[in-house]
Design a protein around this ligand. Structure first.
Ligand SMILES: Nc1ncnc2c1ncn2[C@@H]1O[C@H](COP(=O)(O)OP(=O)(O)OP(=O)(O)O)[C@@H](O)[C@H]1O
Ligand SMILES: [Mg+2]
Length: 249
């Protein structure tokens, strides 16, 4: 569904991605893990076409986003992607109804009347009906995450991208987000790509895991295979140890 092929990205003299290749299989959720600063968010931005790689190519459903020149052609490819940002990134000045509706008006170009039924339907699926007239600051963080999910899924994307689902959440709210991702996956059946350093919790939403370190994917497999890995860097990261091949900054 997404194919990342030998991608390189540097900022000045800092090499961040040094030949990253990964295949995101359709219908499954892949989690990219790794310590802070290894380039996980950069990889996500490259996939979304917000940033361009120095070399290498990225295909989304067969379309090469690294070769797309105009914003219009990038946007066409981006229609396959829904994005759930860290802290949900809602618009504070819009009601929850307007936040959920936003991509339909702005990206899919629907009229308000056509969008109305879709907003009500997804709000119903995610139990957001009672909150539609509220503003984001009036509801809990768990509900805000559900609104973010509704906004990401309302255009029925093939792929859901999630960057750090749980940053800033306490463990209970965090668990709610994982349950939400799994429930939505069952209902909408998307391909998932989740970026996280929350281990092993994130494994509950992952069918595949890839670990980035030193600009490369150093290990890849099912959660069980990662846990059983004998790679010292994988074990150090999984167990949160300070001693080992990963340098703690
Ligand atoms: N636009 C940019 N300009 C310069 N450097 C950047 C830019 N974006 C990212 N970087 C650098 O690239 C490196 C990787 O950043 P990135 O945000 O991808 O890390 P990450 O793996 O997502 O970390 P975290 O787990 O903390 O979110 C960092 O050293 C960061 O400072
Ligand atoms: Mg990040």
């Amino acid at each position: 569904m997404i194919s990342v092929q030998n991608v390189h990205k540097r900022f000045g003299s800092q090499v961040v991605l040094d030949g990253v290749s990964i295949e995101i299989e359709p219908g499954k959720t892949t989690t990219v893990v790794g310590p802070s600063g290894v380039g996980k968010s950069v990889l996500l931005k490259l996939i979304m076409g917000i940033m361009a790689p120095d070399s290498g190519e990225i295909f989304i459903g067969g379309d090469n986003i690294t070769k797309a020149r105009s914003e219009a052609s990038k946007n066409k490819i981006r229609q396959q992607l829904g994005v759930l940002f860290q802290s949900a990134a809602l618009f504070d000045s819009l009601t929850i109804y307007e936040n959920i509706r936003f991509p339909l008006l702005e990206r899919a170009g629907l009229s308000s009347s056509k969008a109305h039924g879709k907003v009500l339907a997804i709000a119903e699926s995610l139990s957001l009906g009672p909150y539609l007239a509220n503003y984001p600051e009036q509801v809990s963080i768990g509900i805000r995450k559900r609104v973010g999910m509704a906004r990401a899924l309302i255009t029925e994307p093939k792929v859901l991208l999630v960057d750090e689902p749980n940053t800033g959440l306490d463990p209970l709210d965090g668990q709610e987000v994982y349950d939400l991702i799994n429930a939505c996956k069952n209902q909408w059946g998307f391909t998932g790509l989740v970026i996280s350093h929350e281990l092993p919790e994130v494994f509950q939403v992952s069918e595949r895991v890839a670990m980035i370190l030193g600009g490369k994917i150093i290990a890849e497999g099912t959660p069980a295979e990662m846990i059983a890995s004998t790679d010292p860097a994988v074990q150090q990261f999984l167990n949160g140890r300070t001693d080992g091949p990963i340098k703690i900054q």
